[in-house]
Design a protein around this ligand. Structure first.
Ligand code: GLU
Length: 368
């Protein structure tokens, strides 16, 4: 299949640019941003709707404050981001204005996506920006986020934005021209249709020293969007005109493409959420979930991990702690310890108060 065949139905694109592609010796480069903006404008001319996810707030803050971005405490990072985000947006505004486009700033946290209502509000805001032909420029709201409510890196944030705006393609621009099986290979892999354990390992695996922009977070982002048939490309942001080259069908970067699966929007939203804990279930419950399409009952639960409230999203794992599903839980963790392994009929006498038949209802669950 030719590259252009993949893009035949593509309308909405999220482009993520990493700090390294828009900074020069640690400070924001107006020249690099203006080149990037021109390339985005080319996509607009080709008829695509484009949202930009940009990094660089903290680097930019460091440049303005003339301080190093190394060894910062969390509040210092937040302060640097507050200073830098304004400067960063001003650069984008100036560059896009020259090209005849307005931009809109969106700062997101994982917490904003946690309630389905807030998620839909954010989606409506983005839709309005597209209708107004404004280019949304998105970053994590680093000034107010601490680790529990953080996406953590902008590759992950981009996958969430992709889902939020129901995009067709995510392009991650970085300082590497694709995914390599072996770093000594002359060319990156052209297409990937499934994220295997081998790919994950080659991408660096969790626990290695890859920073926020490493290949590991990119492969994770690919996995998140491929689950529902999304497409992602990792390409070299330093190459002039890279975006227009990609969309003209040139063989650039690595394309990750998932098989299209029809899935209910709410379940898709559940699958993208951070979890607050997990329950380990026995083999009978695994079969009931996977083959019987049943809800999760207390009787099949062996173990509970983490502290969560009713309404939080948690992982469901098998005996070997492999995650098999995710869902919205009807009981808080303290209650779960009391009712685990018990028959539904017994729950009422064990807990005083609210009573649900299922720990996680089938409609509130996604099998992974
Ligand atoms: N949000 C961070 C910033 O603007 C960047 C995070 C990342 O590059 O992954 O500085």
């Amino acid at each position: 299949m030719k590259r252009s065949d993949f893009f035949r139905r593509t309308k909405r694109i999220v482009v993520k640019i990493g700090s390294s592609s828009i900074t020069e010796s640690g400070t924001i480069s107006s020249l690099k941003i203006s080149k990037f903006a021109s390339d985005i404008a080319e996509l607009k001319k080709m008829g695509y709707e484009v949202a930009v996810v940009t990094s660089g707030a903290i680097s930019s803050g460091a440049g303005v404050l003339k301080l190093s971005r190394n060894n910062l405490t969390i509040p210092e990072k937040q302060a640097f981001a507050a200073v830098g985000q304004a400067v960063l947006m001003n650069e984008y505004r100036k560059c896009f204005e020259k090209l005849g486009y307005n931009i809109g700033q969106i700062l997101l946290t994982e917490d904003d996506m946690r309630s389905r209502k807030r998620f839909l509000n954010a989606r409506n805001a983005m839709d309005s920006l597209f209708k107004l032909n404004v280019i949304p420029v998105i970053n994590e709201n680093d000034t107010v986020t601490v680790s529990e409510i953080k996406f953590g890196d902008n590759d992950t944030l981009s996958a969430h934005v992709f889902n939020l705006i129901e995009a067709d393609l995510l392009i991650l621009l970085s300082d590497i021209d694709g995914f390599y099986h072996e770093l000594t290979d002359p060319e990156p892999v052209y297409e990937i249709f499934k994220i295997t354990d081998d790919i994950r390992r080659r991408a660096g695996g969790a626990g290695t020293s890859h920073g926020t922009g490493g290949m590991y977070t990119k492969v994770n982002a690919a996995e998140m969007i491929m689950r529902f048939g999304g497409m992602m490309i990792v390409a070299d942001g330093r190459e002039p005109g890279i975006l227009s080259k990609i969309m003209s069908g040139e063989r650039k970067g690595t394309l990750f493409a998932g098989e299209i699966i029809k899935i209910n929007e709410r379940k898709k939203w559940i699958s993208m959420r951070k979890t607050r804990g997990s329950v380990r279930i026995d083999d009978g419950a695994v079969t009931a979930l996977l083959n019987g399409k049943k809800s999760l009952l207390a009787t099949g639960i062996i173990d509970i991990q983490g502290k969560f409230d009713m309404g939080d999203i948690i992982d469901i794992t098998d005996k070997d702690k492999k995650i098999i599903a995710k869902g919205i839980v009807n009981y808080k963790s303290e209650e779960m310890f009391i009712i685990k392994g018990k028959k539904t009929a017994e729950i009422k006498s064990l807990l005083n108060g609210q009573f649900f038949d299922e720990v996680i209802n089938r409609d509130d669950m996604i099998i992974l």
